[in-house]
Design a protein around this ligand. Structure first.
Ligand SMILES: [Zn+2]
Length: 253
């Protein structure tokens, strides 16, 4: 039970003092889907600058061995740079296909093949899977959960997952889009501390140019990361990878 005074401080985001550290902590996870170049060029740099690490979901056959002209994905060396910075590497299929409707062989290739690729390239078996396009069925979920310990959807729970009765098959995320203010996303982090939920954020591309539908500006990402770092320093939230958050909420890993 959070003391009333402490709860009020959390609501107002005033207590960046550590006062509430012993009684309440929000749990926040930053995720990137797609392993795009912009996530490497801006996302990793900005997250590192604020001492944050999250989970990078990689479509393993779209990641290249070396930089290709005009290529939009990062290389395996760059994925390993995320790993070296403390990021968890999760799977996002092999070729970023809609999983429902694939025949069993193709489905196994996307789900089990992606796990094999990540193990081979990083030395660590992945435990988290994000369905491309957020597109899944009970059948694809069953197959995913035969290999992984958690499945992240595109949306769900407004991104604030119940810790007490977490369903690792359906970890919901809040997709951060350019029309959201950084204050709004920061407020969601404070709310996760107030109500004891696990907030999972999803970023696609991050750009210094004009953001498209699937991008946010680097300035917005930086403001959000800055807020997360400040709240973490104040003992209000903990920023964890999906793997580490699962162990905190009593999940399998
Ligand atoms: Zn994707």
């Amino acid at each position: 039970m959070i003391a009333v005074a402490c709860r009020a401080a959390l609501i107002l985001a005033l207590a960046v003092t550590g006062v509430c550290a012993e009684t309440a902590k929000g749990l926040v996870t930053i995720t990137f889907d797609d392993a795009s170049r912009s996530q490497y060029d801006f996302g990793l740099r900005l997250a590192k600058a604020h001492g944050l690490a999250g989970t990078l979901f990689v479509p393993t056959e779209l990641v290249t061995e070396s930089l290709t002209p005009g290529g939009w994905t990062m290389t395996w060396d760059e994925v390993r740079d995320f790993q070296a910075a403390g990021w968890e590497i999760g799977a996002h299929g092999r070729t970023h296909m809609h999983l429902p409707g694939l025949d069993p062989t193709a489905l196994a290739d996307e789900i089990e093949g992606a796990a094999a690729d990540i193990l081979a390239q990083t030395g660590v078996a992945p435990v988290s899977f994000s369905s491309p396009f957020g597109d899944f069925t009970d059948a694809t979920l069953d197959r995913i959960m035969g290999v992984y310990q958690a499945h992240l959807s595109w949306k769900g729970h407004g991104g604030r997952n119940p810790r007490a009765a977490l369903d690792p098959r359906l970890v919901g995320r809040l997709e951060v889009i350019e029309s959201m203010s950084s204050a709004e996303v920061c407020g969601e982090m404070v709310e996760s501390a107030r109500d004891g939920t696990w907030l999972v954020l999803l970023f696609h591309g991050i750009t210094e140019g004009e953001p498209s539908d699937y991008e946010v500006s680097a300035a917005k990402a930086e403001a959000i990361f800055s807020c997360a770092a400040l709240l973490q320093a104040g003992g209000i939230i903990e920023v964890r990878t999906v793997r580490d958050a699962l162990s905190e909420v009593g999940g399998t890993p």
